[in-house]
Design a protein around this ligand. Structure first.
Ligand SMILES: Cc1cc2nc3c(=O)[nH]c(=O)nc-3n(C[C@H](O)[C@H](O)[C@H](O)COP(=O)(O)O)c2cc1C
Length: 216
């Protein structure tokens, strides 16, 4: 199994990084030979003008040597394609994904490469594989007790879905702004335990794991 492990929190000791590391550890326990590719996108800048021009053209006809954001886009798309499973650690920032994660999405949602535009709308060009999203939120944004609008989960499902990644699952630790460390650790352990049982059955299936793992 090949895991692509992505983090975007500006805090190296943040809750979302701890959660994503816990998810990867569980995957390792289930599949000891798993190989991990690490991608820290916390300092990823927005796409540059060259990339924006490329996406503004109807087709990739240049044959130019990729550079800047185009080169980065090539690399990060190949990382997705090489992975059997994606693990993404992310905070909630202002009801949605942090700017760094938005920038990664802008680099990998690429017309004529990962998404095709047709008369019926967008069609994903990446084969589906599970995306396990470890989410840290200062307040409560997911579930029945949500106290704020959730533009995070619908957005992430829609934008990943448009390139073909339909199997998006959320493992969350919420209330990081007002819970103490012990409570947060216990919440993370509980979320990871719940996830692991479902992962076990999913990973025993042949081919790409696609079963429900844990939804928000
Ligand atoms: C710029 C910024 C915006 C934030 N916006 C929200 C928000 O809308 N809702 C929320 O519940 N928490 C919000 N938070 C709190 C973070 O989600 C919380 O601190 C989380 O634990 C951060 O993840 P990390 O520990 O992995 O860095 C925000 C934090 C920052 C820095």
């Amino acid at each position: 199994m090949h895991i692509l492990h992505i983090d975007c929190s500006p805090r190296q000791d943040g809750q979302s990084r701890r959660l994503s590391a816990g998810i990867v550890a569980q995957l390792h326990a289930l599949s000891p030979d798993a190989v991990v590719t690490r991608r820290d996108i916390s300092a990823l800048p927005p796409p540059d003008a060259h990339y924006a021009s490329l996406l503004a053209r109807p087709a990739e006809t240049t044959g130019e040597q990729p550079e800047g954001s185009v080169g980065l886009s090539d690399i990060m798309i190949r990382e997705i394609e090489a992975a059997d499973i994606l693990v993404l650690g992310t905070p909630v920032h202002n009801f949605t994904v942090p700017a760094a994660l938005k920038s990664w999405l802008d680099h990998v949602v690429r017309v004529n490469r990962t998404v095709a535009l047709g008369l019926d709308g967008k069609q994903g060009l990446i084969a589906d594989r599970p995306v396990l999203v470890g989410v840290a939120a200062g307040g409560i944004i997911l579930g029945e007790k949500a106290q704020q609008p959730d533009f995070f989960t619908p957005y992430l499902k829609a934008v990943l879905g448009c390139i073909g990644l339909q199997s998006v699952h959320f493992i969350s630790v919420q209330g990081t702004a007002f819970c103490d460390e012990d409570v947060l650790r216990a919440a993370a352990d509980q979320a990871l335990t719940a996830m692991t049982a479902d992962l076990r059955s999913s990973l025993s299936m042949p081919g790409r794991a696609a079963g429900a793992i844990h939804d928000a």
